[in-house]
Design a protein around this ligand. Structure first.
Ligand SMILES: C[S@@+](CC[C@H](N)C(=O)[O-])C[C@H]1O[C@@H](n2cnc3c(N)ncnc32)[C@H](O)[C@@H]1O
Length: 384
């Protein structure tokens, strides 16, 4: 009994009223497994785990009946619930970020005396991250040939290739038969004329039969997926070979090395909380990971691209083309940019990062995951 919580303790820790817990008990949603000798409700570790699931689903807006179905599902264990909750919360965070962006846009328009149409006003509620920020993408996001070469090498002799989270198609090889998958209508609309056919779908549920493609690739997209491990398993299901360009969220070494997140935007670390480890990602496809160094003059303006050109981050176009800046929120962004601007003007940045000038490429945690294929073990090693 010692390790059990009383109803008062459980309510206080969870930030709900005792009445709420009584109600959950009465409707059978959460029945504490035991009672004290005095007949009071006592919550075991298992009850507390279930309470956490109930409250998290509640916070996400699920109704009590729906929650009962979810937590009573015998095929879903605590880890599966945590993964699902995490994905739903990330989705909620991204939608909130997208709504803020849409509202900012309307405020700007109003300040200039432009009235938004009723359709534009309602769009805020259906806002998806890449439907809001996607139009800024082409300004700086394009193929980096040295990284493209690594990806195309890793595709081996694959003739048919599925590109998941394809965006505008920056890394699609032109000498193979490519099918793209992209959930954002704004991104699909920006694919150049003549680009590979694109299906509106998400990685977690690919509308293709098992082993339909020689290879599947995913570039700079896995961190946006609601459930990265489920998505990667889908890639493996539909293709014999899988090539993924992503980053290692656990490596504190590179985290400390990148001055932007270390000195100006520590909030970046919050975005990585709960992110699957590189080992989890690699295991999901049954493959291995290779480092990809970022060249100092990287042509693709992803978040880490300008590690040797710090002034670039002062440019609004550069920031709007990567999701990190929207996800950390306007306050963190403004503070980081102001502080970087001051340090560039005073020479403090140059002093602190003197050693970077001598580097042509840096390991900032970007990784190429490769799995499957007959020559899976013989993929060309890093040459960036
Ligand atoms: C940073 S962009 C990368 C686009 C492209 N692969 C490239 O390298 O230029 C990330 C893309 O992932 C897409 N995305 C977000 N969630 C996704 C999901 N669940 N499944 C597949 N793609 C997704 C976004 O819509 C966006 O186009």
């Amino acid at each position: 009994m010692e390790d059990h919580l009383t109803v008062g303790q459980a309510a206080e820790l969870a930030g709900v009223t005792v009445r709420t817990l009584h109600h959950y008990d009465e409707i059978g949603l959460l029945r504490p497994s035991t009672r004290t000798v005095a007949g009071h409700r006592a919550y075991s570790a298992g009850d507390v785990e279930r309470l956490r699931e109930v409250l998290a689903y509640r916070r996400l807006g699920f109704g009590l009946r729906e929650i009962a179905d979810l937590v009573n599902d015998p095929t879903t264990d605590a880890v599966a619930h945590l993964r699902r909750l995490r994905g739903l919360l990330l989705d909620q965070r991204d939608r909130a970020a997208a709504m803020v962006t849409a509202i900012d846009r309307e405020l700007e328009a109003r300040a200039m005396g432009i009235r938004t149409t009723p359709a534009e006003q309602l769009r805020v509620f259906g806002a998806q991250l890449y439907d809001e920020i996607g139009s800024a993408y082409p300004a700086t996001r394009r193929t980096e040939p040295r990284i493209a070469a690594r990806i195309w090498d890793a595709l081996g002799d694959a003739r048919t290739v599925l590109n998941v989270g394809a965006g505008t198609g920056s890394y699609e090889p032109h000498d193979r038969e490519v099918t793209a998958v992209e959930p954002s209508a704004v991104m699909r609309a920006q694919r150049p004329a003549g680009a590979a056919p694109c299906v509106a779908a998400a990685a977690e549920s690919l509308p293709f039969e098992d082993q339909s493609f020689d290879a599947a690739m995913a570039v700079s997209t896995v961190h946006h997926w609601r459930d990265p491990v489920a998505g990667l398993r889908e890639l493996r299901r539909v293709a014999r070979r899988v090539v993924v360009f992503t980053y290692d969220a656990e490596d504190t070494g590179w985290g400390q090395r990148f001055w932007l997140t270390r000195d100006y935007l520590p909030e970046f670390a919050d975005l990585l909380v709960g992110w699957p480890s590189l080992a989890d990602l690699t295991r999901a496809i049954g493959g291995r990971a290779e480092p990809v160094l970022v060249p100092w003059d990287c042509a693709d303006g992803f978040f880490e691209a300008y590690w040797r050109q710090p002034e670039a981050y002062l440019d609004e176009h550069v920031r709007r083309a990567t999701s990190v800046w929207t996800r950390v929120g306007a306050q963190a962004e403004q503070r980081a940019v102001r502080s970087l601007h001051e340090d560039l003007s005073s020479g403090r940045w140059a002093e602190r990062n003197r050693d970077l000038v001598a580097l042509d490429a840096a390991d900032l945690g970007l990784r190429l995951l490769v799995a499957g294929g007959d020559d899976g073990a013989a993929v060309t090693p890093a040459r960036t």
